[in-house]
Design a protein around this ligand. Structure first.
Ligand SMILES: Nc1ncnc2c1ncn2[C@@H]1O[C@H](COP(=O)(O)OP(=O)(O)O)[C@@H](O)[C@H]1O
Ligand SMILES: Cc1ncsc1CCOP(=O)(O)O
Ligand SMILES: [Mg+2]
Length: 273
């Protein structure tokens, strides 16, 4: 089947379900343990707070296992990986799995460098609830010969749909490949999440912050596929609204945080009626 035919058959995730999932997140205000890179600490915490979740960046080796056990979800982002950080991430993942804390993997720059790619191949076998990456990253983890331009993708998300499905089947995780359209798959069912704006790629950390939002939505979710798709939709819709209220990257970020904060579940639910 051609790629174009496959894409045309992928249904759009319904706004009604986005509203329901956002309502659930706001009611539970999940505590999200973030082990992420230095570049995006602030945008990640601010995005989670604007949405109604509680971020905490607990990084000490002596504390991560305990905190991963008490958090509602854990984020592992390898953007600025080095040996001590990897050891801390491994300890957090083991503790999260022991405590049934769902965790999300952001494979920043998978395929670009051997050290992080090898580490990611180990991490992805440790039962992440979700994996969120751009097209180059997802294709690499799925076993294709792919390499981005540093942390950025050199491929379109549509060209990584088959890779996302395969990676979901291999790992048991919900897999998201982001780009102009995000695709979210459990290996059987795949949703398309449109909206968004290219200006989101001119502000560092929108992808990393999305992975933290995926963790927040996965916390306590009874339908993980829907939770992850809703996370993507909320970010994309906020990106689109922020673009229409800003002049460029500098004013995008505050407008984006405002759009997340004022997003109303009831309006999303009514939009499908
Ligand atoms: N061309 C685009 N048009 C609309 N939204 C986009 C576009 N590219 C990326 N996005 C959005 O930006 C966010 C970050 O995605 P992406 O740039 O793929 O991740 P990363 O920053 O990890 O490379 C996602 O919410 C995605 O939907
Ligand atoms: C620029 C950079 N360098 C290492 S991690 C990082 C942030 C990447 O953020 P994102 O994947 O959200 O674009
Ligand atoms: Mg990224």
């Amino acid at each position: 089947m051609s790629d174009l035919h496959t894409i045309s058959l992928i249904p759009q995730f319904p706004l009604r379900r986005v509203g329901e999932e956002l309502e659930r997140l706001r009611a539970s205000a999940p505590l999200v343990h973030c082990l992420t890179n230095e570049v995006v600490q602030s945008i990640t915490a601010n995005v989670l707070l604007a949405l109604g979740a509680s971020p905490a960046m607990i990084v000490a080796e002596a504390e991560v296992a305990d905190f991963a056990s008490m958090a509602d979800a854990l984020l592992i982002n390898v953007g600025t990986l080095y040996p001590a950080r990897l050891a801390v991430m491994q300890a957090a993942v083991v503790a999260a799995n022991a405590a049934d804390t769902p965790w999300v993997l952001d494979p920043v720059a998978a395929g670009v460098l051997a050290y992080r790619t090898d580490a990611l191949h180990v991490l992805m076998q440790q039962k992440p609830a979700a994996i969120r990456g751009n097209a180059s990253e997802i294709m690499c983890l799925a076993g294709e010969f792919a390499s981005g331009k540093g942390v950025d993708s050199t491929a379109q998300s549509a060209s990584a749909i088959a890779a996302a499905k395969r990676l979901a089947q291999q790992t048991g995780a919900i897999v998201v490949v982001t780009g102009e359209v995000d695709y979210v798959s459990d290996g059987e069912v795949t949703w398309a999440v449109p909206w968004g704006h290219v200006l989101m790629t001119y502000v560092v950390g929108t992808g990393c912050a999305l992975s933290a939002v995926v963790a927040a939505f996965v916390a306590g979710a009874s339908d993980r596929l829907a939770a992850v798709a809703a996370a993507c939709a909320v970010m994309a819709i906020a990106g689109e609204r922020a673009e229409s209220a800003c002049d460029g990257p500098g004013t995008f970020l505050p407008a984006f945080l405002d759009a997340l904060y004022i997003m109303q579940p009831a309006m999303l639910k009514a939009a499908d009626e």
